[in-house]
Design a protein around this ligand. Structure first.
Ligand code: S3P
Length: 190
């Protein structure tokens, strides 16, 4: 793919459940591509001067959702950017489909058992899980969201080490790997 090809992917949005690795993998991926990394939760929290948990506790989830959507839409106008979206952002009909040309969305699909392990003890910092991180709770929320996440441009296995997940994304989206990036090394990621 030529660099000025208008159909080339110029921005990537990582979507998926809490704990699926959007921020960790997003940072690695951005570094790998030489692109900017943005975490929408961080953008919103910094604009508001308080954490996402505090915003939701003080002003409610609908208020947070508006801020989250506005921030995601603004930031996704940039080029050469990897964006870690919040886990609830794509869970509205038409959200992913409305992303314009040049954007690709990636669902980091992580088995529920691995999510349960990753999310254990995070009740205080994850408002959507304040009632608990039991497998039943995580499974039921994930089941309600799965059909939305599935609409992403590509689905990538998000289990295992973030470096491996990063490689899977580079493999899954045509044109992301430059000719000199065909043989990744662990070293380059560190
Ligand atoms: C949420 C996920 C969180 C954050 C908020 C709501 C969700 O982001 O946006 O607590 O609805 O799944 P992460 O997916 O980065 O944890």
């Amino acid at each position: 793919m030529e660099p000025d090809d208008p159909s080339a992917v110029r921005r990537l949005l990582l979507v998926g459940f809490m704990g699926s690795g959007k921020s960790t993998v997003g940072r690695l991926l951005a570094r790998r591509l030489g692109w900017t990394f943005l975490d929408i939760d961080e953008v919103v929290a910094s604009r508001e001067g308080r954490s996402v948990a505090r915003i939701i506790a003080d002003d409610g989830e609908p208020y947070f959702r508006r801020l989250e959507h506005d921030a995601t839409m603004e930031q996704s106008e940039q080029d050469r950017v990897v964006i870690a979206t919040g886990g609830g952002w794509p869970v509205v009909p038409g959200r992913l489909e409305a992303l314009g040309a040049g954007a690709a969305s990636v669902w980091l699909d992580v088995p529920v058992e691995e999510l349960v392990t990753r999310l254990a003890g995070s009740e205080a910092v994850r408002p959507l899980l304040r009632e608990g991180t039991s497998e039943a709770r995580i499974r039921s929320l994930l089941e309600r969201r799965r059909s939305f996440y599935r609409r992403a441009t590509v689905t990538v296995d998000g289990s295992g080490a973030p470096e491996e997940v990063t490689e899977r994304i580079l493999d899954a989206i045509p044109g992301l790997r430059g000719p000199r990036d065909a043989h990744p090394t662990q070293e380059r990621l560190s």
